[in-house]
Write a protein that binds this ligand. Structure first.
Ligand code: 5SP
Length: 232
């Protein structure tokens, strides 16, 4: 894991904001429009105040696309469900720093089961809390809203956090994807990319209104402008 691979910007539509009566169709539309991952939010009503989807729907989503399934577990005791999501076809499984006691064990478990392992941090968690786990993860997810709901406003202090993490990753030459999630739209995509994010999750800005294809294009173009003027 000790080489830097910048790669291109990735867009990960969050299907939390999709039309569930046409879920397969909307996932396919996102894929045809050039999405890179399908972001799948799992909420348990405990770690976050909302309840969303479990492994059965994940398995159906996986069958409807050839894109990697990027599963974000916003749940307490995620270890209980990691094997179910791996069996459902999850390619990346991200757990919350705040939800896990033995984070290294959890991360290694995800990797041993054959998926990539991510760690997410809430808006109030400082980046240095990830210091010891960085050598073991494939992805870091910066939550730029308090997790639990789509359609919230981007928290601007997330930009400093992204810059700090970008530096931590690059200075140590880790091959880790830096993902951001919450309030990403054509306005915020530029500053988050300029601050170091390389995977942008967006829900309401992609599925909320208008064409999925145009919405993805607008976010990608904005992020590419941000990448071109990296803020550090
Ligand atoms: O994890 C979450 C919310 O907790 C996200 O993935 C949301 O689904 C993003 O929605 P928007 O802020 O893009 O509408």
């Amino acid at each position: 894991m000790f080489h830097v691979k910048q790669g291109k910007l990735k867009i990960a539509p969050s299907i939390l904001s999709a039309d569930f009566t046409r879920l397969g169709e909307q996932v396919q539309e996102a894929e045809a429009a050039g999405a890179d991952y399908i972001h799948y939010d799992v909420m348990d009503g405990h770690f976050v105040p909302n309840i969303s989807m479990g492994p059965y729907i994940a398995e159906a989503v996986k069958r409807s696309t050839s894109l990697p399934l990027d599963v974000h577990l916003m749940i307490e005791d995620p270890d209980r469900y990691i094997p179910d999501f791996v069996s459902a076809g999850a390619d990346i499984i991200t757990v919350h720093y705040e939800a896990v006691v033995h984070l290294h064990r959890t991360v290694m478990r995800i990797r041993d089961l054959g998926a990539k392992a991510g760690v997410a941090i809430n808006p109030s968690t400082p980046p240095f809390m990830l210091d010891e786990i960085l050598p073991f993860v494939n992805l870091i997810l910066v939550m730029s809203v308090n997790p639990g709901f789509g359609g919230q406003h981007f928290i601007p202090t997330s930009l400093q956090k992204l810059k700090r993490l970008r530096m931590m990753i690059d200075d140590r030459r880790y091959d880790i994807e830096l993902e951001v999630d919450g309030g990403i739209d054509p306005n915020t995509a530029e500053p988050v990319a300029a601050s170091g994010a390389r995977v942008l999750v967006a829900g309401s800005a992609i599925f909320g209104q208008g064409s999925i294809e145009e919405n993805i294009r607008a976010i990608r173009e904005s992020a590419e402008r941000g990448l071109a003027r990296q803020a550090f």
